[in-house]
Design a protein around this ligand. Structure first.
Ligand SMILES: NC(=O)c1ccc[n+]([C@@H]2O[C@H](COP(=O)([O-])OP(=O)(O)OC[C@H]3O[C@@H](n4cnc5c(N)ncnc54)[C@H](OP(=O)(O)O)[C@@H]3O)[C@@H](O)[C@H]2O)c1
Length: 278
């Protein structure tokens, strides 16, 4: 598994990550302590770590932090890059600190590598949330912070609210099926050295069904649809796809998205069949 710099200010992190959002039904059941398929999900995450994945994405809302905790048990904490997110109704200082402490407890760790604002909330001044994030960095509870689902303007506003530390990463919906971010936020982040975590990298599973379009590349490189579309993302500056890791067989397949390169003519072909936004 190749590693690359997590933005210009971040450490080296595996170029492919693992996501742990399952579905809304799973989240609801997790609230009453029912963790459907927990063993398989932990096994899948462990297979990813064994294969060299260090970047693991979770969130307080997902109900999956306890699974991540079990998956990372026995591994060197410093070798991993654990990301969690604070929900949008917890963006006041006190609420954010409480959410973070709860996430740390569920993950059984002293610190998060990255803490993200899950969604923007216009009712809470961004200065208050950013200042709380900076305070948490100073206390050693988080190493970096960032934002998710922010527009470019909201990201710029968040950066303007920083006093000591910059925004390290954004998390956005980005894949060959959803290239809109290439219009503004992606070039901005690449220019500013901000890491881009691509969620729905497999188009929430739809991209792996695009066999017709991917067939020539599959045949040329002997790779699967998932491996091709993840490789395409990981080959872009500062972009880190985080496909969902819930089945070992898929995680092992996704490890094969790293360590090879699409030729320029094949990148051009992908631009033709999955057009760039106009
Ligand atoms: N910040 C946000 O607001 C936000 C929103 C959504 C998601 N996320 C993060 O992004 C992660 C990924 O998003 P997602 O899970 O919704 O979408 P995704 O990764 O694009 O797609 C997940 C689907 O792809 C399947 N899959 C995975 N590997 C595969 C493979 N090699 N071959 C065929 N199918 C494969 C999964 O099936 P199996 O489960 O059977 O493996 C699942 O059905 C989440 O887990 C979460 O951490 C963040």
């Amino acid at each position: 598994m190749n590693k690359k710099k997590f933005g210009s200010r971040g450490p080296l992190v595996s170029e492919i990550g693992m996501g742990t959002y399952y579905d809304i039904g799973w989240i609801i059941l997790s609230r009453i302590g029912i963790l459907r398929g927990a063993e398989d999900k932990i096994k899948a995450l462990k297979a990813g770590i064994e294969g060299g994945i260090t970047l693991i994405d979770t969130a307080e809302i997902y109900g999956s932090e306890v699974l991540v905790r079990k998956a990372i048990e026995g591994y060197n904490r410093e070798d991993l890059f654990i990301v969690s997110k604070v929900w949008s109704n917890h963006l006041r200082r006190e609420a954010l600190i409480k959410s973070l402490n709860n996430s740390l407890k569920r993950l059984n760790t002293n610190y998060l590598d990255l803490y993200l604002i899950h969604w923007p909330n216009r009712r809470v001044p961004i200065n208050e949330t950013i200042s709380a994030m900076e305070e948490m960095v100073d206390q050693g509870k988080i190493r970096y912070f960032g934002v998710s689902n922010f527009s470019l303007n909201e990201l710029i506003e968040a950066r303007q609210a920083t006093k000591k530390y910059d925004i390290t990463a954004v998390q956005i919906n980005y894949s060959l099926l959803h290239r809109d971010p290439e219009k503004d936020i992606i070039p901005y982040c690449q220019k500013e050295g901000i890491a881009i975590m691509a969620y729905y990298p497999l188009g929430h599973g739809r991209l792996v069904k695009e066999i017709e379009k991917l067939k020539p590349i599959m045949e040329k490189y002997k790779k699967t649809p998932a491996q091709i579309v993840l490789n395409w993302l990981a080959s872009r500056d500062f972009v880190f796809p985080i496909p969902r890791a819930s089945r070992e067989v898929h995680v092992k397949e996704n490890l094969g998205a790293s360590g090879w390169k699409l030729a320029d003519e094949d990148l051009d072909y992908l631009d033709k069949v999955f057009p760039k936004p106009s």
